[in-house]
Ligand binder design. Structure first.
Ligand SMILES: N[C@H](CCC[C@H](N)C(=O)O)C(=O)O
Length: 281
């Protein structure tokens, strides 16, 4: 297999290697994805995204998502905006549909190059997060260091949202992996630490399942907003979520669906030969 072309993209610094498998199938092993995602041996990325031909008649493209650890996951908000941007640029359409393993995500072109994605419904029951046993997802029994009583939200992927006085002071590198792999979360979990700023502004930092600390997390911002509304921490159902890499506008609609608006940025193009990496497909 000769060089595989890819595009580097990012959403507020949460970065992606994007491959296009709509004409030629691409099958990469876990170790090949890990090597490509590694910032020393490969192009480096948080998630590895493969565009495939849509399976659903109403979708423009299928988006397959793999974390830097090589495992496939259900959702990636920042990448959804990036893939929507690619299809919008290809087709000239301002409204596109991105298909994922957990359903159809509708995206529309916003102002100043932003993209608005309907991320679908927030799932709040213990068995939808999922947790290992029944619990109140508004205050889950998982304490790690100074972090306690997170709110559980599933946005296609699982999130544990901890509210703290000052999220800048949390040693996320120390606590993150212990929450991610806690036995209470059978599918592991993404971890957010959140502080309320003035007005409807929330500051959030994230430890991502299968990756570690990232600059931004779209699904994490969605989970943060839903958790803040459920905890009565903001007025109404819309807020600005401020991440290390910038801010996203999130709104939790009365019908349960979540709108996420933010940028989708191209970085550079390149190519790589998977054959040079271990664990041939
Ligand atoms: N960065 C992504 C989240 C990836 C979540 C992934 N780490 C998982 O295992 O669910 C986002 O913008 O939503």
């Amino acid at each position: 297999m000769s060089g595989l072309p890819f595009i580097k993209m990012h959403g507020l610094g949460n970065d992606f290697v994007v491959l296009d498998a709509r004409t030629t199938p691409i099958d990469l092993s876990v170790s090949q994805v890990q090597a490509m995602a590694d910032r020393r041996t490969g192009a480096g990325c948080d998630q590895f995204i493969v565009m495939e031909t849509a399976q659903h008649k109403d979708a423009d493209v299928f988006m397959r998502i793999r974390n830097a650890d090589g495992n496939e996951v259900e959702a990636c908000g920042n990448a959804t905006r990036c893939i929507a941007r690619i299809v919008m640029d290809e087709t000239g359409k301002s409204d596109v549909v991105v298909e994922t393993v957990v359903g159809l995500l509708r995206a529309s072109a916003g102002e100043k190059g932003n993209v608005c994605v309907n991320m679908g419904p927030a799932r709040l029951n213990w068995d939808e997060i999922p947790t290992a046993e029944e619990c109140d997802t508004l205050n889950m029994p998982v304490t790690v260091g100074p972090l306690e009583g997170p709110v559980g939200v599933n946005v296609g992927n699982p999130h544990a949202v901890y509210f703290v006085d000052d999220c800048e002071m949390v040693d996320l590198m120390a606590a993150g992996p212990h929450v991610e792999t806690h036995p209470f979360f059978p599918e592991r979990i993404n971890v957010e630490v959140v502080s309320k700023l003035d007005g409807n502004r929330l500051r959030m930092r994230v430890w991502e399942r299968g990756v570690g600390i990232t600059q931004a997390c779209g699904t994490g911002a969605c989970a943060t907003l839903v958790a803040a509304v459920r905890r009565g921490m903001i007025d109404g159902r819309k807020a600005e979520v401020i991440l290390d890499g910038g801010s996203l506008t999130i709104e939790w609609l009365e019908n349960g669906e979540i709108l996420m608006t933010g940028p989708a940025s191209r970085a550079f193009s390149g190519s790589f030969d998977p054959a040079v990496y271990p664990g041939q497909a």
